[in-house]
Each structure stands twice: as structure tokens, then as C-alpha cells.
Design a protein around this ligand. Structure first.
Ligand code: CP
Length: 376
């Protein structure tokens, strides 16, 4: 195990960036750390209503609708599901690596009968310097009706939505937000009896998702909070349902001001103490690619913050263990915990497909009506 991990490179700068100011990310006070460039948008900007850019903009009715839709689509027969977006065209535009998000969006779109095309920064004209705007306009001209965007810059999905007028689904923008991840995390919690004991079905979401659904539930999020869009989206989403979000980690990765992100969020530096209160413990990867010179002593980090079986059994024998992935076994958690009975890590991945189906149906509004010319 190396003593420290250092990445002096700035996060990849995407072409076509407009601004480096107006940060919305948790890490604004830490000058050493990079957030990736931040793209600003005017608060008056309007976007296609099917866009899913952040959880901050979702109210409880939106959240219920997405979870209900996910449940319904998941319970449809294969044939019925394949009719929902028959013939619709989606584009996956990825400027950063991804396994879970990219694959689950692709599988979700295909199950619904939509076509997908993948454009990656590594094998497209983005490599030649084409801007985000021109890439988006090109995809629109080619017939894309919805763009799923992952980008290293906070605010890029909002910009793309403004440039193209298309529904844009944020698949993770720098350290800003990862809305579908937070929604699939919520779905995983509810499915595991966190906050709701009855059968989880479409009516669960319709009738029972309210500001007290997760009241007195403690969701402990541990590790590299500073660079985590997942921590941010969960901290903005879960308190809307009454949950307490407790951030836990060393000061380098969790500055004190992170608790100011919103109501219901606090900080506990002592991992064992945080675990003793936890209904859910969500572990995060150290994002080496975003550390930008910040040095972390990994042996110290492991001693203080690794989730191992001894620690879990001693302090949180009933808590649900979650992780958005990718997991680094032996660093933030051990294999024993990742593969153990309290782990919901694979289940999270499975719930991702249904949530992304719902996001796509919400974006595209169902099967396209044929025009007069197409009917002939
Ligand atoms: N959770 C998550 O976003 O994973 P990927 O980077 O593999 O998509």
C-alpha cells in the first residue's frame, strides 16, 4: 500500500468552457483541491422540463413521481416495457470514464425500445477540440432527442440543456451533482426498510413519500466528501424526506463548511461514533483524479476511516452498507464488508436501471406520435 496518493494534474479541462467561477461544489474553500472548471448559468435560464440537472430542483412530488415511474417500468413485462420509448433516439455523451452510469442508462434506454449512441471524449471530434456546444448541436442535428451527459465541469449539463433545448440528463458533472445516483440510493434505502416498513410498490411512493419518511434516520456518508457529487446530491435529496445526513472524514477531505450545504447535514469526525448512530453507512472512494496535489496518508486514512468487519460488527451491526462505486477494496472498505450480508452495493447498481428508465421516460414523455408523413 503506498504511503500517500498525489495527483498534481488538474482535472481534465473540457473544451468549450465558459467560466471558472460561481462554484456550487462543496470544496470551494480548499484551494489545493480541484473541482474541475465550473460552468455558470444564469438563474433565469429555462430548460426543457424533462431535463434532470440536479436534485436541488426536485420537490417531493417530482421525487415521488420518478420513484413511482421506476417501480412501474420495472414491473412491466419485457414486451410492454419495450413499447414505452419505441423508436426514440438518445445520445450518451461521456467526457469521463464510467461503468455503472453509462451501462445502466444504455440498458435502460434499450429496454424501453429507444436507440442509443455513445459519444466519448476519447474517440470523437471532442479530441480535436470541438466544444460542448457544437458537440451538442451536432447530436441534435443527427436526430438525438435527449442527451445524457457526464462531464468534469460543474454546470456543464445545464449549459448543454440551454444550448440545445433538448432534455439533458446529468450523469455526473464534476463534484457538483449526480442526481440519478442519489435517486437510486433512495430507492435502495426504501427497498431495505429504511423509513418505510410496508411493501414497496408504486403506491408506497405515491402515498408515503413525505417530509417525515426518513425522519430520525441517520445516513452517514464517509470519506472524500470534498470531491463527491454523490455526497452532495444525497445531502440535498435525503433531508427533503426528513433524514439526517452525517458527513464523516478527515479535514482535508471534509472541510467544516461542508455542513452548510443545507438543512439536516452535520459533521462527525469520529468514524466509530458516526457508525453507532447509523441506519445507513455510505462509503466513498478517494478520487485520486481530483486530488490536485492534496496529499493523503493512506495508512492513517485506513486506520481512521476504513470500514472493516471488526469495526462494522462492533459499532453498526444492523446498518445498511452502501457505496456508489467504483469501490477500491482494501482502501475505503474491505472485501469482507463489500461482499458481506449488510452490503447493498450490487443492489444499488440494479436499482440504477429502473431509476434511469424513469428519468428517460420523464425526459421523452413516451412513445413518439407518428407524423402524417411517417404514417403513410
Ligand atoms: N456511481 C457511478 O457514477 O459509477 P460510474 O462512474 O461507474 O458510472
Amino acid at each position: 500500500m503506498p504511503e500517500s496518493v498525489t495527483n498534481t494534474k488538474r482535472a481534465a479541462k473540457a473544451p468549450g468552457l465558459l467560466s471558472n467561477s460561481g462554484t456550487t461544489a462543496i470544496g470551494k474553500a480548499n484551494k489545493k483541491s480541484t473541482q474541475g472548471p465550473v460552468i455558470t448559468t444564469k438563474s433565469t435560464d429555462t430548460y426543457h422540463p424533462g431535463s434532470l440537472l440536479s436534485v436541488a430542483s426536485l420537490n417531493l412530488s417530482d421525487i415521488s413521481h420518478i420513484l413511482q415511474l421506476a417501480f412501474e417500468l420495472d414491473s412491466f413485462s419485457v414486451k410492454r416495457r419495450s413499447k414505452q420509448l419505441e423508436g426514440r433516439r438518445t445520445a450518451l455523451l461521456f467526457y469521463e470514464s464510467s461503468t455503472r452510469t453509462r451501462t445502466s442508462f444504455e440498458l435502460a434506454a434499450k429496454q424501453l425500445g429507444a436507440t442509443t449512441t455513445l459519444v466519448s471524449d476519447k474517440s470523437s471530434s471532442i479530441e480535436k477540440g470541438e466544444s460542448l456546444k457544437d458537440t451538442g448541436l451536432t447530436l441534435r442535428a443527427l436526430g438525438a432527442e435527449c442527451i445524457i451527459l457526464r462531464h468534469p465541469s460543474s454546470g456543464a449539463p445545464a449549459q448543454l440543456a440551454r444550448f440545445t433545448g433538448l432534455p439533458v440528463l446529468n450523469a455526473g458533472d464534476g463534484p457538483h451533482e449526480h442526481p440519478t445516483q442519489a435517486l437510486l440510493d433512495l430507492r435502495t434505502m426504501l427497498a431495505n426498510g429504511i423509513g418505510y416498513k410496508g411493501p414497496v410498490n408504486a403506491r408506497t411512493y405515491e402515498g408515503h413519500l413525505n417530509p417525515t419518511t426518513l425522519v430520525k434516520k441517520n445516513i452517514v456518508i464517509v470519506g472524500d466528501i470534498l470531491h463527491s457529487r454523490v455526497a452532495r446530491s444525497n445531502a440535498l435529496l435525503l433531508p427533503k424526506l426528513g433524514a439526517n445526513v452525517i458527513f464523516c472524514g478527515p479535514e482535508e477531505l471534509l472541510p467544516d463548511h461542508a455542513a452548510q450545504i443545507g438543512p439536516g447535514v452535520s459533521i462527525e469526525r469520529d468514524f466509530n461514533a458516526a457508525l453507532r448512530s447509523a441506519d445507513v453507512v455510505m462509503m466513498l472512494r478517494i478520487q485520486k483524479e481530483r486530488l490536485a496535489g492534496l496529499e493523503i496518508d493512506l495508512n492513517e486514512y485506513i486506520a481512521d476511516y476504513q470500514l472493516n468487519q471488526t469495526r462494522l460488527a462492533a459499532h453498526a451491526p444492523k446498518a445498511l452498507v452502501m457505496h456508489p462505486g467504483p469501490i477500491i477494496r482494501g482502501l475505503e472498505l474491505t472485501s469482507e464488508v463489500a461482499d458481506g450480508p449488510q452490503s447493498a452495493i450490487e443492489e444499488q447498481v440494479r436499482h440504477g436501471v429502473a431509476i434511469r428508465m424513469a428519468a428517460l421516460v420523464r425526459a421523452l414523455g413516451g412513445k413518439k406520435k407518428k407524423t402524417k408523413g411517417e404514417r403513410k
